[in-house]
Design a protein around this ligand. Structure first.
Ligand code: FE
Length: 202
């Protein structure tokens, strides 16, 4: 079994917004969102069980959902996805406005508020069936597709990995098939003949 295959089922990336029991604004980044039907409008989402946002959404029974635009900066995704609302006010780091008294991202191509009607517990998540209480199209930007985001990240990682090795004596740039690190110790610069040790990564 290769679970990577599941990423070929495409979906987007979204930011949830809600209020905790002290009325503070909270939220998280999620990918599992599905429009079940449009009349009446119903959406299914999945929230990580042990997240602070999930804990509070199960109490308040309502949340907002902002669709992320294609050009969403990585720090916005990290802001909502890599830290807990329990200790950080995530909304203070992004442009947002209140919609139906819940926070939504200013740049979202669409945003909505949801009211939970049913829920299913899995090993790690709560799957929530929600009525769409209100929904608006936002910016004209296309929505970010999760698979495209992953490909973008993969490309960026590859670019940082493939830094060039340059000879500090003559400026020769190594571009051989074999990764520079795997060249034998007695390998020398083909231009000036200096040893491997004079090369630096740029
Ligand atoms: Fe050289």
């Amino acid at each position: 079994m290769n679970l990577d295959a599941l990423f070929k089922i495409s979906h987007g990336l979204y930011v949830t917004g809600a209020r905790d029991t002290q009325d503070r604004l909270i939220g998280s980044c999620i990918d599992a969102v599905m429009v079940i039907e449009t009349s009446p409008a119903q959406i299914m989402i999945s929230l990580e069980k042990n997240s602070f946002t999930c804990e509070n959404v199960l109490i308040s029974q309502k949340l907002s959902l902002s669709v992320l635009p294609v050009d969403t900066p990585d720090d916005v995704i990290r802001n909502f996805g890599m830290q807990s609302s329990k200790i950080t006010d995530k909304w203070k780091n992004v442009p947002y406005h209140l919609y139906q008294n819940l926070p939504v991202l200013d740049q979202a191509p669409a945003y909505m508020t949801l009211v939970i009607t049913q829920r299913i517990e899995t090993a790690t998540h709560w799957v929530l069936l929600c009525d769409v209480q209100a929904v608006e199209p936002g910016s004209m930007a296309p929505a970010l597709i999760y698979a495209d985001y992953q490909n973008r990240k993969r490309k960026e990682n590859k670019m940082t990995e493939s830094k060039k090795w340059v000879c500090t004596v003559c400026g020769y740039v190594y571009d051989g098939e074999v990764p520079f690190e795997e060249l034998p110790d007695d390998w020398t610069c083909p231009l000036c003949g200096e040893p491997k040790s004079v090369f630096v990564q740029e």
